[in-house]
Design a protein around this ligand. Structure first.
Ligand SMILES: [Ca+2]
Ligand SMILES: [Ca+2]
Ligand SMILES: [Ca+2]
Length: 139
């Protein structure tokens, strides 16, 4: 079973999953990943630092994809109006549920600003997931 799933991601069939194949997998989830995020995903799976994901490391990659899906769900719930942008207010409204704390305006603002790669004042799923995933993996 695992080998079949691996082949689905190993598009060129060379036995490893490289950056472009990671990118394709993330696009399949509906993301538009930056090169920085792709690098983070690769590093989190690539235990032998071979710059690709081998079949041995593949289980970890599937776990990572699951984690990312979980973060997507979380994003969609916080994005209450479903416009694909998380505002400071939307984050504040759901902060008790997800962070067990009622965020002040200031705190919600500073979290949004921290993750807001294009500085438009709101977070896309890509901006949100990139930061949340990094915290999960490297903390
Ligand atoms: Ca490949
Ligand atoms: Ca929204
Ligand atoms: Ca933004």
């Amino acid at each position: 079973m695992a080998a079949e799933v691996f082949r689905k991601y190993d598009k060129n069939g060379d036995g490893t999953i490289d950056r472009s194949e990671i990118t394709a997998a993330l696009r399949d989830l509906g993301l538009n990943p930056t090169s920085g995020f792709i690098e983070t995903v690769l590093k989190s799976c690539d235990e032998d630092r071979g710059q690709t994901i081998s079949e041995d490391e593949f289980k970890h990659f599937l776990d990572v994809l699951e984690q990312i899906k979980g973060l997507q769900q979380m994003f969609n719930e916080i994005d209450a109006d479903g416009d694909g942008k998380m505002t400071v207010k939307e984050l504040q409204d759901k902060s008790m549920k997800y962070y067990k704390e009622n965020f002040s305006q200031e705190k919600a603002e500073s979290m949004v600003n921290f993750a807001d790669a294009d500085s438009d004042g709101t977070l896309t799923a890509d901006e949100f997931i990139a930061v949340m995933f990094k915290e999960k993996v490297f903390s």
